[in-house]
Write a protein that binds this ligand. Structure first.
Ligand code: ATP
Ligand code: MG
Length: 241
């Protein structure tokens, strides 16, 4: 599980001080699908980047399975991040893209890497894409490969930042279901960032609602809908008044 305590991130840009994340406390349980939701600029991506170790924490602690990882390098955190723009290497095939992380961070042989890539591709039903390069794939196919690349590393935690926002509505809803099935099959603790309340309400075991760097409420979608903690939550979620 992930325990976040008093997490704060300040940016000093040209004399301006922005508090992007303000004293955030949150526990994500093992195997949980937690959706972090809120309006643009509320600090969702910054929170995720802090957890991934891509941004330095100003104050507070992040623990993964009781180990303090606040100052650990990203590669020592056993977390995999999936972004909206896939960030696949354009000159590499899906097979090479999916194996690249293992090649760089483990001492697995090429043969072992291939086996692992093929195993995951088979579980995801994307074996037919392994020989293709990103430019030859649709957006949905690229996103599947990007997910596959995260899964081959067998992470304890998935961090996803609006991974479906580049896809059209139909594919988006297909991929939502697919993502949830994957998350359950591989039993990975997941934090999923979106600004889309519908996505949050339908996908999250629990949702964490953020506004202006501050956590407003954490609860199941139904709890937040029926018992909003404050006016912001009520209007953001569209609770009955
Ligand atoms: P969106 O839904 O638009 O992606 P977000 O919730 O992900 O928004 P963040 O990207 O976390 O929001 O930004 C939170 C605040 O921190 C914003 O005011 C943003 O301008 C500021 N911010 C983010 N990164 C930096 C940075 N590197 N330097 C200065 N300010 C930053
Ligand atoms: Mg963002």
């Amino acid at each position: 599980r992930i325990e976040i305590e008093s997490l704060t991130k300040r940016f000093d840009s040209g004399g301006d001080r922005i508090i992007a994340v303000n004293d955030l406390n949150l526990t994500v349980r093992d195997g949980e699908f937690l959706v972090l939701v809120g309006p643009s600029g509320c600090g969702k991506s910054t929170t995720l980047r802090l957890i991934a170790g891509l941004e330095r924490v100003t104050e507070g602690t992040i623990r993964l399975d009781r180990t303090d990882v606040t100052d650990q390098k990203p590669k020592n955190r056993n977390m995999a991040m999936v972004f909206q723009n896939y960030a696949l290497y354009p000159h590499m095939t899906a097979r090479e893209n999916m194996g690249f992380g293992l090649k760089m961070t483990t001492d697995m042989s090429n043969e072992e890497i291939n086996e692992r890539v093929e195993e995951v591709a088979a579980m995801m039903g994307i074996e037919n894409l392994l020989g293709s390069k990103p430019g030859e794939m649709s957006g949905g196919q690229q996103q599947r490969v990007a997910l596959g690349r995260a899964i081959v590393r067998d992470p304890e935690v998935f961090l996803m930042d609006e991974p479906l926002s580049n896809l059209d509505a139909k594919l988006r809803s297909e991929m939502r279901t697919e993502l949830q099935n994957l998350q359950q099959d591989f039993d990975v603790t997941t934090i999923y960032v979106t600004h889309d309340q519908t996505e949050a309400m339908t996908m999250g075991d629990r949702i964490a609602i953020l506004n202006d760097g501050q956590l407003q409420q954490v609860g199941t979608p139904l709890e937040c809908y029926h018992e909003p903690a404050n006016r912001f939550v009520a209007s953001f979620i569209g609770s009955p008044s």
